[in-house]
Design a protein around this ligand. Sequence first.
Ligand code: 5RP
Length: 239
Amino acid sequence: MGDFSDEEKAAMKKAAGIAACEFVKNGMKVGLGTGSTVKYTILELGRRIREEGLKIQGIPTSEQTEIISIEQGIELVNWADCSGLDIVIDGADEFDSELHLIKGGGGALLREKIVAESSGSMVVVADATKKVQTLGDFPLPVEVNPYGWEQTMRRLQNLCPGEVLVRKNADGSTFLTDNGNPILDACFGSTIDKPREMEAVIRSIAGVVEVGLFVDIADVIVLAAQNGCEIIRKENSRI
Ligand code: 5RP
């Protein structure tokens, strides 16, 4: 996959984030993902609103994205007034050749999945470091209910060949999602070759709120490499 400097990675994220805006048209309802790549998408949408009069409505996938979206002048709606979205643009921690994803590195997996499943199509913005042959090198985020999380963790550990870690903040306290739940990061290694089955098995553990496997949801990857952006479409892509 090659080694990239921080500057090169930032340039690739920016290129992918901006290129994905091509899929956003006037009047669309847009799911706004979370992370350092899709942040560039939100900034570019803000620019188009200000400079080109683009009219869109959005639903953010995290409190962090909500703040940036408001700063950019994106009109936000909520689920009480919106029964579906045209498109979601979001990042990923890993994707494979079938466009199955691992997400949740930023802790927003539950809201990201609700938004993605409610969208007519999903565009993923990623740099070349996210492309893998088999999912799982990136620790799989699993959001769990706070009640009895230790037992949920033991049951998850029984499925996982590597360690399962409770996600921590920089100060050592337990990381909690915007929904008030802890995240367990399960170190499967590159072994998740049947992501749909794995998602179902993990979901069947009581206490699991959501799993960071996004199977058959992404339509397009906007992949930035050092020499430009590549659009990778799933065979039966909706866009
Ligand atoms: C947040 C996510 C992010 O989309 C994922 O972690 C990618 O983030 P980045 O673009 O910063 O690498 O799933 O929950």
